[in-house]
Design a protein around this ligand. Structure first.
Ligand code: EPU
Length: 438
């Protein structure tokens, strides 16, 4: 696994070359959870080797799943029988995606006891829509403060109209209704790629789920799912991070293993700034920021297919280097932990009600710390563009979302390395480092 020591980055090297994007963490997590719905073996291709995936596999192993890596990114999962419906709550508390275990266990065993996901460092992240949707379609749910205790009838009937677009909420409600009898309709569903991918996976095992990617999803219960083999989609957030990093260094980059259609909002904004973005067929694209001076843009992060909230801090880091005034608004989360760190690098960002008014300037290296996956990535992008040396700490978070980030950036020309382990101060015994949930 990637080391967690700070990254030492000397900025100013334009990124150049070709990079293969990894499979999607956020698509893979609920698909791994969904594998609990069948007693037959499932082989998943395109599973990133990230800490969050390993944490989820530890949780599944506790529930009776046997997991074997059968290739670099291929995983065989087999849950012949659930050994318990009580999740290991400490592990569950580390992973936001584990809330979908509620739906999966309810489908498979009609009963679930799942730890309530804890807080997180970048924003409030309520689960009220999960609770309301599950309740509306027939689940009996009680929250004792630490644990959700839930049961469901054999026959599920009902409908729910989500009050807002929620990826995890939609996934949870779909999972709960897949097995058994009855018909459930969900309206105002998230059209996110990660919802569609999970549904495609479940349908490939024999589920009857229609409408994923549209506002209305209908689930007809089926008695059982069979085993199968499935390939998870490429990570559009990783791809977007590399596109933005290439632009921040005024470089040019070809990305392979991407779905350009998943990245249109990012491509459009970069194009508006003056970057040449070329889609090369169905699974590759090229970004060239060497031809024109870049100009400022206003960005609103919103639900898919809009500009992703996960790329908001990373795009802000880029805009901090682009002359002129850009305005960044995030309609999904109040993600601002990257802002004070960028200020320390010389950025000019005014924050009013979570809206960032960014006046582009040149950044300079210093020591900064990422508080979660995406703010860490934002600081790496800023460091790649900055003058001098930047030390980026908080790599523990970063490496939850990006596999071998330093080595892969180095392969396209970045001057980046991990600090030697002995050079890093060890926290005193008893100090518990915070866990940022994604
Ligand atoms: N929301 C509610 N109530 C709910 C559920 C959501 O108010 O019951 C709100 C959230 O607070 C947020 C919005 O609805 O403002 C959307 O949240 P959503 O449920 O869609 O997010 P999620 O499923 O918890 C996933 C990703 C996040 C990503 C968001 C938004 C995983 C594990 N996480 O979270 O990814 O930011 O969708 O696209 O898939 C990351 O990878 O760094 C990360 C945080």
């Amino acid at each position: 696994m990637t080391p967690d020591t700070p990254l030492i980055i000397h900025g100013g090297q334009p990124l150049r070359g070709t990079l293969a994007v990894q499979p999607s963490k956020n698509a893979a997590l609920p698909i791994i959870v969904a594998s609990l719905l069948t007693s037959e073996p499932v082989t998943l291709h395109g599973i990133p080797r990230l800490r969050d995936i390993h944490t989820l596999l530890d949780i599944l192993s506790h529930l009776g799943t046997r997991a074997d890596w059968v290739g670099a990114h291929s995983l065989r999962l087999h849950t012949p029988e659930l050994t318990t419906t009580v999740t290991p709550h400490a592990l569950v508390g580390q992973l936001r995606a584990s809330i979908t275990l509620l739906g999966a266990l309810l489908s498979r065993a009609h009963e679930a006891h799942v730890g309530v996901p804890g807080g997180c460092t970048f924003s409030e992240r309520p689960v009220d829509q999960h609770v309301k949707a599950l309740t509306a379609i027939g689940v009996n749910l009680r929250d004792d403060g630490d644990v959700f205790h839930a049961t469901r009838p054999r026959v599920m009937h009902g409908s729910y109209l989500f009050e807002l677009l929620t990826v995890g909420g939609t996934q949870n409600a779909v999972l709960a209704a897949v097995l058994g009898e009855g018909e459930v309709t969900l309206e105002h569903c998230s059209p996110d790629t990660d919802v569609v991918d999970m549904v495609n996976f479940l349908n490939s095992l024999g589920a009857d789920i229609r409408g994923a990617g549209t506002p209305t999803i209908t689930i007809r219960g089926v008695p059982r799912l069979h085993g199968g083999e499935y390939r998870v989609i490429p990570d559009r957030l990783e791809a977007g991070t590399f596109m933005i990093a290439a632009v921040a260094t005024r470089g040019q980059l070809t990305l392979t293993n991407v779905n350009p259609a998943h990245l249109r909002a990012v491509s459009n904004k970069l194009t508006e700034m003056g970057v040449a973005v070329t889609e090369l067929g169905e699974d590759s694209l090229h970004v060239d920021a060497t031809q024109r001076d870049l100009g400022p843009v206003n960005v609103t992060a919103t639900e898919y297919p809009g500009f992703p909230t996960d790329l908001q801090p990373i795009m802000s880091a880029l805009l901090a280097t682009v002359p002129g005034t850009s305005v960044m608004t995030d309609r999904i989360y109040a993600r601002t932990t990257h802002v004070p760190e960028l200020l320390r690098m010389g950025a000019s960002i005014e924050l009013a009600d979570h809206v960032q008014v960014i006046r582009g300037t040149s950044l300079r290296g210093t020591s900064v710390r990422g508080a979660d996956i995406r703010s860490g990535a934002a600081l790496v992008v800023a460091a790649l563009a900055a003058d001098g040396e930047t030390v980026v700490d908080g790599v523990r978070h970063l490496s939850r979302g990006y596999e071998d980030l330093a080595a892969r950036l180095a392969s396209i020309g970045a001057d980046i390395r991990h600090a030697e382990p002995e050079a890093v101060a060890v926290p005193p015994t008893g100090v518990v480092l915070p866990v940022a949930m994604d």
